[in-house]
Design a protein. Structure first.
Length: 749
């Protein structure tokens, strides 16, 4: 009786332990990480939240970091949380909660809380002192890594640590004319990014960086600028004199125009109205228009002279404009080439040519003085060359005849059967080339009597097996999966107007067999185009040495056939045959990354195309996840479950728009890496990690003032009185003798 009660006791204790700690090891599923300004979150069975009392501060400030762990699972857990503080941030005191330890030298905090099941919560608040700031890199991160059951997830809270701005000066012309556009610039120091608010002294307020403004009335204006960042604002004042006297100023739409090309002379002059304008274009032509257009009929360098007058005086400005001729150009290319053979073309031009662009007549475009090319089909094509210099372009072209030749083929690597005819135990990872099959004389395949109502694909199969019979080879079995692959590739060539063994989606023939579920070894692919009847295609294959090795492959056992006719396609008729070996192991699917290449460089604002090939259909629950690897860990930035085309998957992302979960990632210019993973609860397969560099976009737009806040009409950005140097691309007439560019103001006597 005591023994029975002892077993009951053991069962009760065991049940209590299972309820308390869970049966086996509890699994923490982290489904989402969010990194943001002043906060970060890891969501899942274990939820970790980081919250800063302020997202920004300056050296000497103290902020509070609150860390909360919530257990949504049904088992008590004891995970590890690693906190990494940025340089210059230290705990303000050494009173730590239980389970929290500090490595002061490394700036790391380790927390080992025991968190109860079903909503148990552990939390602590730690004051942090901001000791130093990096002027050029004020944005730092406090990262947290949650580790449990060999899983780890990382999130980071962004913390801006900087110094208040200082404004040392406001730069502007010492004197401007009424209505003359000019730029205001504030010379600021401190931690960016900055915002600027300008008060122009006439009631206007402009919120933009270094605005272009003008004043519509004469006077003395006190301009004030407020430069702000996240921790402070600096103020600077500046006095501007606006006078009614005229000020001549202009720019040109093209300072190196070609002969016969219209040039717009953009008037940026100022002064109290009414104003009169007098233009001398340097070629004997004048006009009184405010903003004229002019066309030069001869090359040369012309000094353009503008005189502006009003009742207060006159002002003059000069600008040299260089006018040249498009380059002389010619090309060298053969009159005839053979299909499939690489040849060279050469562009010729004078010393002013800075760009050669080729259109090869088959949809391909090339650049360079000397390029190589080959054609995949016969016929006449028109090759065009465009040679350009600073003054324009010259286009020339010639016809070229593409004659029949050796077309390039995809040659498969297959297994040798064992001498006894039994299938090999394993696939040879290297493979061998198919043996040559010689012909004593050209092969002729006569039309045969075919079953009434048979389709072109059925007839193609009959002719393939007839050709093999004449060489004493066994007929091939028609396999639906191979036919599906052949038919899709045939449609693909017609639809996208190409002739190649690489599909429009980048797939290879062996991958197409995987895509359509053929469960044995790959033994080759043959394609033909431009033949109206199937016996013509098979006759061509047998007479072509490269194709003949595939059609007369003794190791092939299976075949699939495809046919397409499209009178809108370049070659109208398209044929494909896929060959298989039922005794060879199937080709395993391979993740092939296409774009971007390793060490790719792009601006943070540029859309980058990420693409890859995966031939096998995705199983239920499978998905591709694109990860961006940073110094804080790997962040999932995109999830893709459907191919873009065929076997190709792609997604376009810009670094500045990347998100992980529901939070935007802050991707600063620098070096990163990215990786693809096929996941289904865990990683099924993954690509290599490819490095990528993101750079600053120098042309990133900045806010511009409203037109009504500056002037009733928009004005172009002013430039100083031009001192452009004429380019030396082509021999030009000597520069006319004239005074150097200058601006004068002469009061009326």
């Amino acid at each position: 009786m005591m023994r029975r009660w002892r077993w009951v006791f053991y069962l009760l204790v065991g049940g209590l332990l299972i309820a308390l700690f869970g049966a086996g090891r509890p699994t923490a599923v982290y489904s989402q990480t969010v990194s943001g300004e002043g906060e970060a979150h890891i969501y899942g069975n274990l939820q970790l939240d980081l919250l800063l009392s302020a997202p920004a501060g300056q050296p000497g400030d103290t902020i509070d970091l609150t860390v909360t762990l919530t257990n949504h699972s049904q088992a008590t857990v004891s995970p590890r949380i690693d906190l990494q503080l940025p340089p210059g941030v230290r705990p303000a005191n050494m009173f730590f909660p239980a389970g929290l330890s500090l490595n002061l030298q490394a700036g790391t905090l380790d927390w080992l809380p025991v968190t109860l099941a079903n909503g148990g919560v552990n939390t602590f608040t730690l004051p942090l002192r901001l000791e130093t700031a990096e002027i050029n890199q004020p944005t730092q991160q406090i990262s947290a890594t949650l580790r449990h059951n060999d899983l780890a997830e990382t999130a980071a809270a962004a913390l801006w640590i900087g110094v208040p701005p200082q404004v040392s000066n406001v730069i502007s012309p010492p004197q401007v004319a009424v209505g003359q556009p000019f730029q205001l610039r504030a010379v600021a120091a401190g931690s960016g990014p900055f915002t600027q608010t300008w008060f122009l002294g006439d009631g206007r307020r402009v919120e933009t960086i270094d605005p272009v403004v003008l004043f519509s009335a004469a006077g003395i204006y006190e301009v004030q600028v407020e430069v702000s960042n996240l921790v402070g604002t600096a103020v600077q004042r500046h006095t501007i004199s606006v006078v009614p006297h005229p000020a001549a100023q202009f720019s040109v739409s093209d300072a190196t125009a070609g002969v016969g090309q219209p040039i717009t002379f953009i008037n940026q002059s100022g002064g109290a109205g009414p104003l009169t304008y007098s233009w001398d274009f340097g070629d004997g032509t004048t006009t009184a228009e405010a903003t004229p257009n002019h066309t030069y009929v001869a090359p040369g360098t012309y000094l353009v002279h503008l005189t502006v007058q009003n009742s207060f005086g006159q002002s003059e400005a000069y600008w040299p404009v260089t006018v040249g001729l498009p380059p002389t150009a010619d090309l060298i290319l053969p009159e005839r080439v053979k299909a499939g053979e690489t040849f060279q073309v050469q562009g010729l031009g004078d010393a002013s040519v800075n760009r050669f662009e080729w259109s090869m007549g088959d949809g391909q475009s090339l650049q360079g003085a000397q390029v190589e090319h080959s054609y995949n089909r016969t016929g006449d094509v028109y090759v065009t060359l465009v040679a350009s210099n600073d003054f324009g372009s010259t286009q020339i072209g010639r016809w070229l005849t593409v004659e029949p030749g050796m077309l390039r083929l995809y040659l498969p690597l297959i297994l040798n059967l064992l001498g006894n005819g039994t299938p090999p135990a394993a696939e040879n990872p290297v493979g061998i080339d198919l043996p040559e099959v010689g012909l004593d004389e050209p092969f002729i395949l006569r039309p045969m009597a075919v079953p009434p109502g048979s389709s072109p694909t059925e007839q193609l199969l009959l002719y393939i097996n007839e050709a093999r019979r004449q060489f004493e080879l066994a007929p091939l079995n028609l396999v639906p999966q191979l036919s599906a692959a052949a038919q899709e590739h045939t449609f693909d060539m017609a639809r996208f107007a190409y002739t190649s063994h690489t599909g429009a989606d980048g797939s290879t023939p062996a991958e197409r067999l995987v895509q359509f579920g053929y469960g044995a070894g790959y033994a080759g692919e043959a394609t033909a185009w431009g033949f109206e009847y199937p016996h013509q295609a098979v006759e061509f294959w047998v007479n072509s040495p490269a194709h003949r090795r595939i059609i007369l492959n003794a190791n092939a056992t299976d075949v699939g056939v495809g046919y397409s006719v499209d009178f809108n396609a370049p070659s109208v008729w398209y044929w494909t045959a896929e060959f298989g070996n039922q005794f060879a192991a199937p080709t395993p699917p391979t993740l092939r990354v296409q774009e971007p290449a390793a060490d790719f460089e792009a601006m943070v604002t540029t859309l980058v195309n990420f693409s890859w090939n995966w031939p096998a259909p995705l199983a239920a629950g499978e998905r591709f996840v694109l990860y961006l690897q940073t110094n804080r860990g790997a962040y999932p930035v995109a999830t893709i479950t459907q191919p873009t085309l065929g076997t190709r998957y792609s997604v376009q992302l810009a670094a500045e728009d990347l998100t992980s979960g529901n939070a935007r990632l802050q991707v600063n210019p620098g070096h990163y890496s990215w990786q693809l993973r096929l996941e289904n609860g865990g990683t099924v397969v993954q690509s290599e990690a490819r490095p990528i560099t993101f750079t600053i976009d120098p042309d990133a737009p900045t806010p511009t003032p409203s037109p009504t806040a500056v002037s009733p009409t928009p004005s172009p950005t002013p430039t100083a009185t031009p001192t452009a140097v004429p380019p030396q691309s082509t021999p030009l007439p000597p520069t006319p003798t004239s005074p150097p560019p200058f601006v004068t103001a002469t009061p009326n006597g």
